[in-house]
Design a protein around this ligand. Structure first.
Ligand SMILES: N[C@@H](CCC(=O)N[C@@H](CS)C(=O)NCC(=O)O)C(=O)O
Length: 220
């Protein structure tokens, strides 16, 4: 049985849950991390020495680091689909996965925390402006790529779309100024057509306990 640990409003958990949903895998999900706690136990640390989320166990193997988990799931259960068989096609997907994590990760995290995780009275939009502008400039690079192909890896959805895709919901939903990026917008629209994306990524940033319970009940 596949088990996933991690609170659903973490973008790193969302990458994994979206992949699991996209692949239609039977699984058990456990809410840990953040206000749920549960990441400090010896049992959890044995699987994830960082004490962070997500963590996955599949049979004998426990894995941490969301991108490694997404690659594992895609390779094991999505060969020929989410996981391109051709090494060159796979490398292209991998390249965009790394790019999203290392290049887009820092500015989107700063902007997300500065808005969605900061009380309105304490938000400083002026201080966030450089990161918001930087995001627009950097995402123009993905926009250019998406002018050549339907998805980042090529003509179909692959694991390479997952990290930027999970972030795209935040980027397009936060109340920030965005340059016109028609190819990125078209790609994002295509992602929103995927049920697994809507279910696991397009969820409230910070839900109340009641909202969480309703969401869990819907997914049960
Ligand atoms: N590089 C790690 C980062 C993991 C990470 O920072 N997770 C955050 C949530 S996005 C976390 O566990 N925060 C503490 C918590 O939720 O308890 C990955 O991609 O899995």
């Amino acid at each position: 049985m596949l088990t996933i640990w991690g609170r659903r409003n973490s973008t790193n958990v969302q990458k994994v849950m979206w992949t699991v949903g996209e692949l239609g895998l039977d699984h058990e999900h456990r809410n840990v991390g953040g206000s749920f706690g549960g990441t400090d136990t010896a049992e959890y640390r044995a699987m994830n020495p960082m004490g962070l989320v997500p963590t996955v166990r599949d049979g004998d193997i426990a894995i941490f680091e969301s991108n490694a988990i997404v690659r594992y799931l895609a390779a094991r259960y999505g060969a020929g689909a989410l996981w391109p068989e051709d090494p060159a096609e796979r490398a292209r997907a991998d390249q965009w996965m790394e790019w999203a994590q290392t290049v887009i990760g820092p500015p989107i995290t700063a902007v997300f925390w500065g808005i969605a995780r900061t009380p309105k009275a304490k938000q400083d939009m002026e201080a966030l402006k450089p990161a918001i502008d930087k995001l627009g400039r950097l995402l123009a690079i993905a926009d250019e790529r998406l002018g050549e192909a339907a998805f980042l890896g090529g003509e179909r959805l692959t694991f390479g779309d997952v990290p930027l895709g999970a972030t795209a919901y935040r980027y397009f939903t936060l109340p920030i100024e965005r340059p016109s990026l028609p190819n990125l917008e078209r790609w994002y629209e295509a992602l929103t057509g995927h049920e697994a994306y809507r279910t696991h990524v397009m969820i409230p940033f910070g839900a109340s306990l009641e909202e969480w319970q309703a969401l869990e009940a819907k997914l049960a």
